[in-house]
Write a protein that binds this ligand. Structure first.
Ligand SMILES: NC(=O)c1ccc[n+]([C@@H]2O[C@H](COP(=O)([O-])OP(=O)(O)OC[C@H]3O[C@@H](n4cnc5c(N)ncnc54)[C@H](OP(=O)(O)O)[C@@H]3O)[C@@H](O)[C@H]2O)c1
Length: 287
């Protein structure tokens, strides 16, 4: 999801070289050069970066199945911890700036919203693996920024896990949906996260940055806002509790990211969820 949005942000004035474990959506001749490569192949990764010699490297790939990570811990750590460590090493060696995408899951989610320097206390395998990944980047001497989104949503092609696309699809078909009303976040709009990433690179702002929307809301309230923006019936949206879902991995209940630093130091405006959803609707070309 984020990498497609980065393509939208950068393709008009940059050459883009991507790596993905599967072929993905970009065809030959599209101007976006994607090679299939498992990032865990450290020597192939290094050889590729050396060959391309990019001006910057943005690391968006991750093992993102939070529940499955509980039973695939080795794979989650290989992708989310070892790969960023390797990338940081490579970026040091070739003096390439690195943007690493982390997550609010590095916090325990009991007392959010969180500021960048708040103590981290990840819960569950996905969270621990992402925490190890951002630590490896921060402990390296690479020119690196760590950017933390939370509950990312956005537009793209063939996205596996876009909450907004899923919800719109269900409501359009008249299906009732159950949404938790006890998990709090300030969701991150992927298209603007791509612009934040550009800003950080342009300003060489090697630091930790939080990016989300202005208000912290429950997922249920977020769903109501989506229905309202896209002119869909909110009567089909039922509030449920997280325990009802019986998920394998714990979820941060009171999360959210304080984004004052981005706004004050990089002058990047933090917008309301309603305004960002309106931008998404425009992006999706929905009337
Ligand atoms: N989505 C959210 O709500 C959210 C919230 C907070 C933070 N984040 C972080 O934001 C970043 C971007 O998330 P996203 O939602 O854009 O993720 P995404 O759409 O799931 O994209 C991740 C990509 O990484 C690829 N990948 C996985 N393992 C790989 C490997 N070993 N080698 C090469 N590619 C590999 C995946 O391929 P396959 O799909 O084909 O396996 C997928 O294309 C991630 O770091 C994620 O942890 C996401």
């Amino acid at each position: 999801m984020l990498s497609q949005n980065l393509v939208k942000e950068f393709a008009h004035d940059h050459d883009i070289y991507g790596l993905d474990i599967n072929p993905g959506i970009y065809q030959a001749g599209s101007g976006v050069n994607v090679e299939v490569l498992n990032l865990n192949d450290a020597s192939a990764l290094k050889a590729y970066v050396e060959k391309i010699a990019p001006k910057a490297l943005i690391h968006t790939a991750a093992y993102t199945n939070v529940d499955r990570a509980e039973s695939e811990s080795d794979l989650a750590f290989a992708v989310n911890a070892k790969v960023p460590a390797e990338l940081a090493k490579i970026c040091c060696e070739f003096a390439i700036p690195l943007i690493h995408i982390s997550t609010d899951y590095v916090f325990n989610g009991t007392a959010g919203p969180y500021a960048e320097q708040d103590p981290r206390d990840p819960r569950g395998t996905y969270s621990e693996s992402k925490y190890a990944g951002e630590m490896a980047v921060l402990d390296s001497s690479a020119n690196a920024a760590v950017v933390r989104p939370n509950v990312m949503y956005g537009h793209g092609v063939d996205l596996k896990s876009s909450f907004v696309d899923w919800l719109i699809g269900e409501l359009r078909q008249g299906n009732a949906v159950n949404i938790v009303d006890d998990q709090y976040n300030n969701p991150t709009y992927a298209r603007r996260l791509a612009t934040v990433t550009r800003d950080i690179l342009d300003k060489s702002a090697w630091d930790i940055w939080h990016f989300g929307s202005k208000e912290v809301v429950s997922r249920y309230t977020f769903a109501l806002k989506i229905a309202d923006t896209f002119g869909l019936s909110s009567e089909l949206i039922n509030a449920i509790s997280t325990v009802d879902l019986n998920q394998a991995a714990p979820r941060p209940m009171r999360s959210g990211l304080i984004c004052d630093k981005l706004e004050n130091e990089l002058q990047f405006p933090i917008m309301s969820i309603g305004d960002e959803l309106a931008l998404l609707k425009e992006e999706m070309n929905v009337s």
